[in-house]
Design a protein around this ligand. Structure first.
Ligand SMILES: Nc1ncnc2c1ncn2[C@@H]1O[C@H](COP(=O)(O)OP(=O)(O)OP(=O)(O)O)[C@@H](O)[C@H]1O
Length: 233
């Protein structure tokens, strides 16, 4: 079965500036890289998948489930899409501790305490992501690498069907980048969560993904099977 089946259109207009996005893909993943020049439409594409922006028209199915279909009037809100999102700047809640950030999706405003299986899940993530020592710290008191690990742990806490990562290594130096890339690979294998990763870095693409979607001017200009020996982007 396809992981993502999308045929989505969106036109953005701001004065004389106009951008037409047409995201058309049918892929099994499990790890996809969205690669392309700045302004080619990568972040917009991720926002359409996540439901953070509404396409003008089209259909979207993830794991066989229809999330959007303009003809049938279907548009599931982000919280019902069962997706995890790691934002470029991580977007951690500054007033919450690491533990509360990770547990956020598992709690409700009227019942903020983590109980039973959810508490165990957060404990497991704190250990796995090497964050147990900083569980009670707030994001401002963490290193860049720790913040990134909190963002990934928070995004997978509720066992999403697909994890979306927007430039997850952009804010990190080269050494840390390499280390976290290897970690992400290990986590992906461990939890078997399909992923879509935006990156400018061919090294990320080749080491993490099964398939690269090369975006250009708002559409997918080519799809590259990265398991081919002579694959080029
Ligand atoms: N309201 C708008 N009106 C017109 N064009 C817009 C509007 N908002 C965004 N755009 C354009 O949409 C394009 C795609 O933006 P997007 O953020 O998806 O690019 P990107 O590929 O993620 O770039 P980067 O790698 O720099 O993050 C950009 O060229 C941007 O200028």
């Amino acid at each position: 079965m396809s992981l993502i089946e999308a045929n989505l259109k969106l036109t953005l207009q701001d004065g004389a500036r106009r951008f037409e996005l047409h995201l058309q893909l049918d892929t099994e993943g499990p790890v996809l890289a969205l690669f392309g020049a700045s302004g080619s439409g990568k972040t917009l594409s991720l926002q359409l998948l996540a439901g953070l922006r509404r396409p003008d028209s089209g259909q979207l199915r993830i794991g066989g489930r229809t999330l959007f279909d303009s003809a049938r009037g279907i548009n599931l809100p982000p919280q019902e899409r069962e997706l995890g999102y790691v934002f470029q700047d991580y977007a951690l809640f500054p007033h919450m501790t690491v533990q509360q950030n990770i547990g956020f999706a598992l709690t409700r405003w009227f019942r903020p305490q983590l109980k039973g299986g959810n508490a165990r899940r957060v404990g497991e993530l704190l250990d796995r992501f090497d964050l147990a020592d900083v569980a009670q710290a707030r994001p401002a008191d963490l290193s860049g690498g720790q913040r990134q690990r909190v963002a990934v742990a928070r995004a997978i806490a509720s066992k999403p069907k697909l994890l979306l990562l927007d430039e997850p290594f952009a804010a990190l130096d080269t050494l840390l980048r390499r280390e976290l890339r290897e970690q992400l690979k290990v986590w992906q294998r461990l939890w078997r969560i399909p992923m879509v990763i935006i990156s400018h870095d061919p090294e990320d693409v080749f080491s993490l993904a099964d398939q690269a979607l090369v975006m250009h001017g708002g559409h997918i200009a080519k799809t590259v099977d990265l398991h081919q020996k002579d694959a080029t982007l």
